[in-house]
Every structure is written in structure tokens, then in C-alpha cells.
Design a protein around this ligand. Sequence first.
Ligand code: PLP
Length: 427
Amino acid sequence: TIISALRDNQIFDLIAREKRRQESGVELIASENFTSRQVMEAMGSVLTNKYAEGLPGKRYYGGCEIVDLSEQLAIDRLKKLFKVEWANVQPHSGAQANMAVFLACLTPGDTILGFDLSHGGHLSHGSPVNFSGKYFKPVFYGVEKETGIINLDKVEEIALREKPKLIVCGASAYSRDWDYKRFREIADKVGAVLLADIAHPAGLIAKGLLNDPVPHCHFVTSTTHKTLRGPRGGIIMMGKDFENPMGLKTPKGEIRMMSNVMDMAVFPGVQGGPLEHVIAAKAVSFFEALSDDYLDYAKQVKKNAQVMADAFKKRGYEIISGGTDNHLMLIDLRSKGLTGKFAENTLIQADITINKNMVPFDDKSPFVTSGMRVGTAAVTTRGMKEADMEKIVDLIDTVLMSNEDQKVIQKVKKDINHWMEDFPLYV
Ligand code: PLP
């Protein structure tokens, strides 16, 4: 072979260590999951060698006959999974999917209305440190202090006052379902484009376990690596029967016209060549998500989250909004006298991975925070059920209430490492 036979032991040792870390701990980061072997196989394939700027059948490079087929499979499966009319599977990430929608629909300086980052929104919905907040004028809605729930009358009030060109619904740390119909009514009142970013609950939405944004939103973006359990990446989708939200003339049909605008916003708008190996892995994950097994998985994710929320409440933890409809929950640790930073740093010593998270109306900085976010997508993939959720919460409580007693923490860690052998990941 002309390729060097030298093995990069440094990197492969690190990968082996990371695999052991993933296998031996309890993974509760709400945005993470464990993909199947065949998803990783597609990602680690020769498709990574191929340049394929353009779209299936319309490429700027030769030799794309085969990646045309795999990308088309990804598109067709995604359309079937979410019952959408159009999809683009090329965005390298969720943030880039959002960026493409913004580029297609907005002019720099336009007002966008999104969910406040500190209440559970995402950086790419208007944060001042992100392109969305630098090139556009962001205004925000949030949750009510008393309920932890979004008040749609207030959203409407803000929309009427601020007249945004685009409204985003969707979040990174909101445990309740979304009323997309009402959001659309609000968007229509002010002539705004409505974008649902379903990065987190996508898998539950695909299987009909949460409200469906497709009939109501002009655009739906998502990541593929959270509840959807695919490779890291983004997607953009459009439903049907929509007027052209940008008022463009559409000689044949609005969807077709908007789809061209949107395809071009992805490439050449915000990206170069698509990652065909990742797109093939997306296709594999959509294939898996179309199965009945995945429906059982999604139902279990939701059940596990509800049991976990109840178990936390039983131990005196305060869940923002009082519970969960999806796969995650945000816990306010102030009633326990703890910070998010403390929880994250202490739990990791016992091989329990969570992330610190701002809670609505937080008085601490994003580096400290008053909350922690936990989710059940990853542990459910490992095969865990309701009783396991109770046990996880018990172990979390033991560690957090241990006054950092290393004897207690190390015992929990040992128990967890041993317990996780019952839930093999990649044997
Ligand atoms: N949108 C939401 C709601 C998210 O939670 C995330 C990631 O956490 C993203 C977008 C961004 O996805 P990515 O990290 O793939 O850019």
C-alpha cells in the first residue's frame, strides 16, 4: 500500500480509553446517545474520501454515482420518518442547519425571536456570542418564574411588539412539549417565518410521542445525534401546503421553490462539500428509527424520564416545570444548597456524567449555574428500565449528599462500574 503502515497508537489508545469510559459509567447528558455499530461502520467508511459538492444527480464532481444513491436513501428515509415533503441531510451540525435557515430567510439586522438561552434555549437561536445574535437582532421569550412553563400569551405579546421576521421554537433544556399550532398563529399574526428546532426530542416526535411540528412550522431543523441516535450532524425539513414564507414567486409550487432556496443556503451558503460518510451513517440511523424496535426504545426513553423525575422529586429535588414530557429534565439545585458546577464535578468522580445548566432566573454565572440537566436517551439505549432509573437517582443523591466523602463516592463508583457490566454496549 502507498499509505503509511505506521499505526497511530496515541490516538487509538485514546479511543480505547474513551470507549472504556463510555462503557463503565452512567451517561445522563441529555444531548448524548450511543449509536449502533452499523452507524459507526458507515461513518468510518471509504465514503469519507469522496467530494460531492451539490445534490444527488446535480454534483460539481465526477464519480458521485454511488454517493448519489446513499444520500438519496438518507433523504427518502428521513422524509418517510417525519412525513415531510422535502429534506436536506447535508448540514454538518444542528447549528449549521439553523444557520442555513437564517441565511435563506433573513437579511442581516432582521429581528429574530427565540427562547432565552438561560431558560433552556440554544446558542444558535440568538445568543450574542453566536452568528445568530451577531448578525441579527435577537429578542427572547422565556418561562414563567412560578411555573417554569412558557406562557404563549406572553410570546404573542413580545411578537406583536417586536415584529420578528423569524420565530424559533425548540430548546436544549426544556422538558415540556411545544404548542406548534399556537406558535404558527402567532407567527402568522406578525408575518414571521416559523422554525422548529427539534434537535433534542426529534426521536420522540418521529414516533408520534410528542406534538408534531411539521404541519405547523415552515421549517424544521434537528441534530441527528441526540434522541434520534444517529451520527453527529444536522438536517433541515419542510412540510407541505405552505405559502412561500419569503414571498418569493413560485412558478410551479411553493415547496419546490423554497427547497431550492434552502438547498442553496446549505451549499454553497454555509458549507462546502457534504460529509458523505456521515450522510450514509444518517441513512443507517433513519433506517433504524423507522423500525418497531426504535418505537419501543422511544417509549422507554419517555417512561424512564418520567420515573426519573418522580424519583428526584421524592428526594426533595426541584424539577423546573414540575416534571417532564420528553427525555430530559432540568433540576434546580438551590433547594439543596448546591451548584451545577459542584454536581457535575462531584458526580463525575463516581462515573456519573451530567452537565451543569443554567436554570430560569439563575443568579449564578454559566460557569457555575444553579442547575443540572439530565436525560434518559443514552441509558435507555443501554437497556435500562424504570427500576434502573430509581437506582440511578439514589446513587446521584448519595454522591451529592455525601459532603464529598471520598469513601462514599468511591464506593458508588465501584458499584456503578460493576453494575454497568450488566448493560454491555459494544461487545
Ligand atoms: N439546536 C438545539 C436545540 C440544540 O440543543 C443543539 C445542540 O445541543 C443544537 C441546535 C446544535 O447542534 P450542534 O451541536 O450539532 O451544532
